[in-house]
Design a protein around this ligand. Structure first.
Ligand code: CA
Length: 227
């Protein structure tokens, strides 16, 4: 298999160099862009398997670039930014980022997020039966089993679980979850995800108080762990 190609859009030379060395030594091909416009051209010309995107760029805001990219680029985008406010993170995810990493980041963490995003991109075309430890979710028959025993879910609980499973490893914002499960008219009902995640955890987690499947991303939303 060909090594995945990762495009880095980052204006700081030192970080660009660090990312280049880290990615190359981990077996990825790496393309570098120092500005947003350069990045956009390279993404279109080279069709990389994943984009690492900085938000503070000299020729415009990374959030706008992300929205533009998402009109035609469907592969994973991970935002790597010094901006750490919930607002910036939620905006980036709602603009279509698969994940968000705050600088300074640990390279081990970055590589884990990249592996997860690439695996997720492959999984989308794969089998409809998903296995997470002792939990099995069959997306065609809409059946859920824990330790081989059927788990009874309400239709809303199932819709929520299916959304998590289909977006494994990805941070889903409260607004995204509300829109997808309840519909566009419910985006203000921010208590719904919390209530239904609580119910789901009781049914699928080994210990609902120390969840290993549905993880809370504080102030942002939830991430379904790939286990
Ligand atoms: Ca920057």
């Amino acid at each position: 298999m060909k090594n995945p190609c990762i495009l880095v859009i980052e204006d700081e030379a030192a970080i660009r160099k660090l990312l280049f060395i880290t990615l190359q030594s981990s077996g990825y091909n790496c393309l570098l862009a120092a500005t947003g416009s350069e990045g956009k051209i390279m993404a279109a010309a080279q069709q990389p398997d994943l984009v690492l995107l900085d938000l503070g760029l000299p020729d415009g805001d990374g959030q706008a670039l992300l929205r533009g990219l998402r009109e035609w680029y469907a592969k994973p985008v991970i935002v790597v930014s010094a901006r750490s406010s919930e607002h910036d993170i939620v905006t980036a995810l709602d603009n279509g980022a698969n994940d968000y990493l705050v600088k300074p980041f640990r390279t081990g963490e970055l590589l884990a997020r990249i592996r997860s995003a690439l695996r997720q991109a492959v999984n989308e075309q794969n089998t409809p039966v998903k296995i997470f430890g002792n939990l099995t979710v069959d997306l065609t028959t809409r059946t859920v089993k824990k330790n081989g025993e059927a788990v009874k879910l309400t239709s809303t609980e199932y819709a929520l679980l299916a959304l998590f499973v289909k977006n494994e490893g990805r941070v889903l914002t409260h607004a995204f979850i509300l829109r997808e499960v309840w519909g566009p008219g419910y985006v203000e009902h921010t208590e719904y995800p919390r209530v239904f995640v609580g119910q789901l955890r009781k049914k699928i987690e080994d210990d609902p108080n120390r969840p290993k499947l549905i993880l809370t991303e504080s102030g942002v939303g939830y991430r379904f762990s790939e286990g």
